[in-house]
Design a protein around this ligand. Structure first.
Ligand code: EPZ
Length: 419
């Protein structure tokens, strides 16, 4: 068995229809909520990808019954007693850290290894810790893990220094079964925060205000099972929109929530791409050379950091000079060096990438430096003349289900090879 790579022969326009899976980051937030009840939770529209398979293994390690079949995950946590998630699994993904909030809420104690996830800059956890402590937990960190313990969690006001997605999720999970009322001020507003609130409410929790700056949670000591369906993946949707804009053509994306992509649609329109929206569909039509734009990543509803890298691939051939200012993470431009191997004219200074559009990219042997960088390289490969091979495909497999298959159905010349 050799090294797995993705091979793309560029220059083919994308045409046709594509369906979107459930959100990776939404599922990673929603699934741990099932630890807050002994009843069965049936979670539909769960994408089948590496990050989710790791969360499934972590739940099983704790003693939960979990089945993932046809994008439906059934979780029964009745068998979860005093085990802790193993460091080996927890270190593989970021979402593992949500087990701290969920287990704290379930049984008052948890030890979870420092989470892994993409290497895109410093990813601190101080806001999570501050929030757990405000709820009454004693939190200690050592070289192995973060340990949290509380005789009882008591609702309180928690101000986040920045609208951290992870801290908001973790604190919602812990506060759902706390005594009394919790207010998370300056909360994240991403679509998956609203999704977690909806999941918790369908389990009998009382969460209000998700999607605004202040989330109010009235704790309850009994949550029950539920049937819940995860929202469509905003970033997968955006990735296909950018792919069609870059390769040219005319695609219709079904099962998406257009309003979640407003920031991207606005930028694509500014570049000269045509974007049409329906209730749960987005059509993207693109031809000819696009115009450069400047983008600053922001918390939702601003331009998502997770689409910054795919967009930068598109900007490599846009006419004029584009600037991408990454304000969320301090090291999310590693893929630019790979784009340069394909002929891009780009420089990085600190958090800002400056891209001067060239006529065209050419194929090259490149690597995915992280998950969304991998998506960016695939998009660059679709745009380029000739053959591109992309290494480190395991990053891409963390967050995209059937990526090559779906692109092939749209007319791309893309496959997985073993070298
Ligand atoms: C989530 O990461 C996503 N991961 C990321 O998706 C996404 O890029 C990010 O939110 C922003 O939208 C998951 O949902 C599993 P944050 P998270 O806490 O929770 C600082 C992808 O490609 N911060 O909002 O780690 C932190 O250092 C990925 O799918 C603190 O300082 O993001 C960062 O600069 C990658 N202290 C910023 O806030 C804290 O306690 C945003 O982090 C927490 C965060």
């Amino acid at each position: 068995m050799g090294v797995e790579k993705i091979r793309v022969i560029g220059g083919r326009p994308l045409r046709g229809e594509v369906n979107i899976y459930g959100g990776k980051n939404a599922a990673l937030a929603v699934i741990p909520a099932a630890l807050l009840t002994d009843d069965v939770c049936v979670i539909e529209n769960v994408p089948n990808m590496d990050d989710i398979r790791i969360i499934k293994l972590m739940l099983q390690e704790l003693g939960a019954d979990v089945v993932l079949k046809d994008n439906v995950m059934t979780v029964c946590a009745a068998g979860v007693r005093d085990k802790q998630p193993s460091a080996q699994l927890a270190k593989m993904i970021r979402g593992s850290f949500y087990f701290l909030g969920a287990l704290l809420g379930r049984r008052g104690y948890a030890s979870v290894a420092m989470p892994g996830g993409c290497k895109i800059g410093e990813r601190k956890i101080d806001q999570h810790v501050k929030g757990f402590e405000a709820l009454g937990a004693v939190v200690q960190e050592d070289a192995e893990a973060v340990h949290a313990r509380a005789d009882k969690l008591v609702g309180t006001e928690i101000y986040l220094d920045m609208p951290s997605v992870g801290a908001t999720v973790n604190l919602m999970l812990a506060a759902a079964t706390a005594q009394g009322n919790t207010e998370i001020i300056n909360a994240a507003k991403e679509p998956h925060i609203v999704d977690l609130a909806n999941m918790l409410n369908s389990m009998g929790a009382r969460v209000r205000g998700a999607g605004t700056d202040i989330i109010r949670i009235r704790g309850t000591n009994h949550l029950h099972g539920c049937n819940y369906s995860v929202i469509p993946d905003q970033i997968e949707t955006g990735t296909y929109m950018i792919a069609a804009a870059g390769a040219g053509g005319d695609i219709t994306i079904h099962g998406a929530i257009p309003v979640h992509l407003d920031a991207l649609s606005a930028k694509l329109l500014e570049m000269g791409v045509r974007v049409y929206e329906g209730d749960d569909m987005i059509r993207v039509v693109s031809q000819g050379r696009l115009r450069a734009v400047s983008v600053q990543t922001m918390p939702y509803p601003g331009f998502p950091t997770d689409l910054q890298q795919p967009l930068s691939a598109l900007l490599t051939t846009a006419q004029g000079v584009s600037e991408i200012n990454e304000t969320i993470f301090d090291n999310r431009h590693c893929h630019i060096a790979e784009l340069i191997k394909m002929g891009a004219n780009a420089t990085v200074q600190g958090r800002v990438a400056t891209i001067t559009g060239v006529e065209s990219l050419h194929g090259a042997d490149v690597v995915a430096t992280d998950l969304r960088a991998g998506a960016a390289m695939v998009i660059a490969g679709l745009m380029a003349k000739g053959e591109t091979t992309i290494g480190n495909v395991h990053y891409i497999d963390r967050g995209y289900e059937r990526f090559e298959e779906k692109l092939r159905a749209l007319g791309a010349d893309i496959c997985r090879i073993h070298e």
